[in-house]
Design a protein around this ligand. Structure first.
Ligand code: FMN
Length: 203
């Protein structure tokens, strides 16, 4: 609970710094710790309570997604936010591992192929939308929510199923759907630290 509170403080500090407010040096140090703790404690959550997510919370999370870096700053994304049970159920019927049975929301991160006027640059759409996805996962975790990245692209079947359910235009490709809600239980992060995969200066 204390952790969640400090992460909320951190997010508030980050948003106020975006608005141009000056922070005290000590506060920055605590905020930095909270940012690292948020990254290290995030884990996929696949079981949720029935508590709905407020619309402004979902908007804050999508805003975090849009803060991600993108090649040439193209920002080739569109996001579909789903909270209606019927639509969540339809999405679940076209994605066998979507974890939407108890989710109260889903954010579908999509690439907009019309944002690129260059075929080489277009190849970066997956990286660009993946960066947005990780921001969304971290923002959700920082706000006390649980979430899981459920891959859609490059499965042709899932892309076509999600496209059909959400009535996406042809230029919009769904990269993933993020199932979301308040966690039903405690979920421990996996320890992935492996110093053997780090190389300094050269391989
Ligand atoms: C590209 C991608 C596709 C994924 N697809 C699914 C999925 O369809 N269903 C699912 O339950 N989890 C999916 N995951 C979540 C991974 O299983 C999870 O991130 C991984 O096991 C590591 O666990 P962690 O997120 O708790 O660190 C996906 C993750 C990524 C990055």
């Amino acid at each position: 609970m204390k952790t969640k509170f400090s992460v909320l403080l951190c997010l508030a500090a980050l948003l106020s710094s975006c608005a141009g407010t000056q922070e005290q040096p000590q506060a920055e140090s605590n905020d930095s710790q909270a940012v690292i703790e948020n990254i290290m404690t995030r884990t996929s959550v696949r079981r949720f309570t029935s508590q709905p997510i407020a619309a402004d919370t979902l908007e804050t999370i999508v805003k975090a997604g849009m803060a991600a870096p993108t090649a040439m700053n193209i920002q080739p994304w569109s996001f579909v936010v789903v909270t209606e049970r019927a639509v969540l159920d339809s999405l679940e019927s076209v994605h066998p591992y979507s974890n939407l049975a108890t989710a109260t929301a889903a954010i579908i991160v999509c690439g907009d192929m019309q944002k690129y006027n260059d075929d080489t640059l277009r190849q970066y759409w997956v990286q660009d939308c993946s960066a947005a996805t990780e921001n969304i996962l971290l923002a959700a975790h920082g706000l006390g929510l649980g979430a899981v990245w459920c891959g859609v692209y490059p499965s042709a079947e899932r892309v076509s199923g999600v496209r059909h359910v959400l009535e996406l235009p042809g230029n919009i490709v769904p990269l993933n759907l993020i199932a979301m809600g308040y966690p039903d239980g405690e979920f421990a992060p996996k320890d992935k630290w492996n110093p053997e995969v780090i190389h300094y200066q050269k391989w």
